[in-house]
Every structure is written in C-alpha cells, then in structure tokens.
Design a protein around this ligand. Structure first.
Ligand SMILES: [Zn+2]
Length: 230
C-alpha cells in the first residue's frame, strides 16, 4: 500500500507502523515526523511525477528531505509510491585528522562516493587512498597494513573468495581497469576493512602517542611542584 496526501487530512500512511530512518545529521535511527507536505490543490493542478516531503528527525529535530514518485491522482487524494529517495544520505564518519593530508582528502571523497551509492567510484578512491597511505608509511608500513587487513578478515570470519576483491582493491598496483567491480555488500566490507586498516596504522598510533605525551607532561609538572619540599 502506498502513501496518500488527502484533500482534507494531509499526509496519511496506510499502515500503523512508525516511519523511521537513519538521520543524515545525527546518525541515529530515529522516528520521522512529517513537517512539510505539498499543497493538495497545487498538486492536483500541476500533477507532477515526483513530490518532495520534509520530515523532522525526532532525535535532533533536523529537517530530512525525501522525494517520492506519484502513483495516481484522484479527486480527494494523491497516492505516492512507498519507495523514496533520500536527498541527503547519512555521512560515514572517521577520525580524519590522524591521516596524512593527502590520504585524508582521498578517503573523504571515497566515503562521499559510498554515501551516494557509487560503489565502484568508491573502490577506485579506496585504492588511491590506500596507495597514498602506503607512500606515507613506506614498504614496511605497507606490510604491516597487509597483516592488519588479514587479521581483520580472520576476525570477521570472511571467506577467501569474498575477500579476494577487497585485497585486490587495496594492495594490487596496476591499471585502473583492473580494479574489481564491487556490489553494495562487497563495498560495505571494503569500507569497514579500510577504516580498520587506517585505524590500526594511523589513529591508534596517533592517539597512543598523544596520550603518552600528556602523561609525561603531568609527571614532569608534578615533579617540579614537589621539588621545593623534597
Ligand atoms: Zn537526527
């Protein structure tokens, strides 16, 4: 059953279930409340093929824009198809500041491709982001990165066949045309594996070094305060 915009009652869903989505702003899977619905008379006059509805995220109150295709117009109601397009997709997050500058730029664009469902553009950008990170950490760093990725495969219990394209994207050097074609599910695995590899190679090291530096500072300052009474 579709969704109706009725002449007198406005937006009606023909089911009792609550409408929820992952909010593109707060990232929470939240209930969405209709906030702005097109004017009924105007719709009937123009009869557009698509209409835009604005929902409000119940968690953060941000406006969420959705586009629906219209199914049919009748005297008292406009019926919409249930499927819709999210005009803003939730953004993938990462602690980008720990990455080398060039890797950060490329990985941000990779994640943007993923958010927009362009999975092969995503794969190509993942290869560029991974290559730029290997240039920063050198051959030994690249070998460590490879070990991290193999450990991730093991931890997540992914079989060799499914994992082969992911390894090819990240570690094979060669023509762009040889980057494997990925589907949504494979791109999802690549996303998590590359995030984990960058976490292990850069974020973990950066956080640990920073935390130890702060500890040392505390110890040094504490000692200098103690000195007069010692
Ligand atoms: Zn929200």
């Amino acid at each position: 059953m579709g969704i109706l915009i009725e002449r007198d009652k406005g937006l009606q869903r023909q089911s009792e279930e609550q409408f929820g989505l992952e909010c593109p702003y707060c990232g929470i899977y939240s209930h969405m409340t209709p906030q702005s619905v097109p004017d009924f008379d105007q719709l009937c006059k123009d009869q557009p093929k698509h209409v835009g509805l604005v929902y409000q995220c119940d968690a953060c109150q941000a406006p969420v824009f959705l586009r629906f295709a219209t199914k049919q117009y009748s005297g008292d109601a406009v019926e919409l198809y249930r499927n819709f397009i999210e005009l803003e997709r939730p953004k993938e997050r990462f602690a980008f500041s720990y990455l080398p500058k060039r890797t950060e730029i490329l990985f941000r664009e990779a994640l943007s491709c993923y958010s927009h469902n362009n999975f092969n553009a995503f794969a190509s950008m993942c290869r560029r982001a991974a290559n730029s990170s290997f240039a920063a950490i050198g051959e030994r760093g690249k070998m460590r990165a490879f070990d991290h990725v193999m450990a991730a495969q093991d931890l997540a219990e992914i079989d060799d066949n499914s994992f082969q394209p992911i390894k090819k994207v990240l570690f094979e050097t060669g023509e762009e045309s040889e980057v494997p074609i990925l589907n949504h599910a494979q791109a999802g695995i690549l996303l998590e594996v590359l995030k984990d590899m960058f976490y292990q190679c850069f974020v973990r090291r950066g956080k640990l070094t920073r935390a130890i530096k702060v500890r040392r500072l505390f110890v040094r300052d504490g000692n200098s305060e103690l000195r007069p009474s010692a």
